[in-house]
Ligand binder design. Sequence first.
Ligand SMILES: NC(=O)c1ccc[n+]([C@@H]2O[C@H](COP(=O)([O-])OP(=O)(O)OC[C@H]3O[C@@H](n4cnc5c(N)ncnc54)[C@H](OP(=O)(O)O)[C@@H]3O)[C@@H](O)[C@H]2O)c1
Length: 327
Amino acid sequence: MKTIAIVGATGAVGQQMLKCLEERNIQCNLNLLASARSKGKKFKFFDQEIICEELNPDSFKDVDFALGATENDIAKTWIPWALENKVIIVDNSSAFRLDQDVPLVIPEINPEDIAKNKGIIANPNCATIIALVALNALHKEFKIKRMIVTTFQAVSGAGVKGIQDLENQLKDPTAPCNAFPYPIAYNLIPQIGDFDDLGISKEEWKLQNESRKILHDDNLLVNCTCVRVPILRSHSESITIECEKEIDITKARELLSSAQGVLLKDDPLHKQYPMPLETTDQDLVYVGRVRKDISDPTNHSLSLFCCGDQIRKGAATNAVQILEKLL
Ligand SMILES: NC(=O)c1ccc[n+]([C@@H]2O[C@H](COP(=O)([O-])OP(=O)(O)OC[C@H]3O[C@@H](n4cnc5c(N)ncnc54)[C@H](OP(=O)(O)O)[C@@H]3O)[C@@H](O)[C@H]2O)c1
């Protein structure tokens, strides 16, 4: 039986990884690793009780695969220890995503890239996964040249601290801000990550740079505004695409209705469209509000709205799907 380690096992993504392994019936020896704060915490996995250990350079002896769910600085510390022990890593941080030797994989889109790994496979940014799962079938048919995206990102995208900020501030609007620069309850924050000289945030660059790598298209243009919203879980995105080929909306809907990983929920006259409450705690990306971009008379553009659970498909499920391919 293979030995799998979850690094960052006590966090929002790590806890979901534990559930995904169980749900997908991946029987294994499981090691749970986190900081000294979590040493000794107990978690259930199938019928076993597993005790969380403190991450250290010896944590990877006899480990076959590691699922990473830590921030970049921590990932940069432990991943070299794991590589020394010939562990194959699927990492959720952004520390290695754009490295040439590191495949960046969404299994519905570029599973063939997994074979190019040299020990690390990176899981893409959560908003990027949700957008590209929604758009993949349209890209194959019409070839997307340019995307204009506004994201509405849940507080759990910032981990356990983000969830605590919203829950505390909903009870007491003066409760401290630990995850965000401003109160998030009853508010929106149009900043996720630091801004550069162009006024573009790190999260916004990820959508362009990671989409280019996943789709193998360095000419793809992405203009994105990332917004944190007071939603517990499930990111939403309003997307307009401009394509090389003219778009037939009926054909686009047909493609979306059978696209892998997508549920087309698109009947606006009967108030049927994706919403984050409904897409929470499941793995599909819901797509709706599919319509012609009326500002483009050439019919090369289309707009849609999509929602997906960013802790599941945007992180844990995507990583476990990659692990399944490796296994
Ligand atoms: N949340 C999302 O929706 C999402 C989506 C996609 C990607 N990601 C990425 O996934 C990673 C994890 O995110 P998260 O939201 O799960 O964060 P989180 O809830 O804050 O969890 C962080 C995890 O890292 C552990 N950790 C912190 N310091 C450590 C140390 N010095 N040594 C060992 N472990 C340490 C924590 O352990 P303790 O409990 O012991 O502190 C915890 O298990 C991040 O890179 C994030 O960008 C997150």
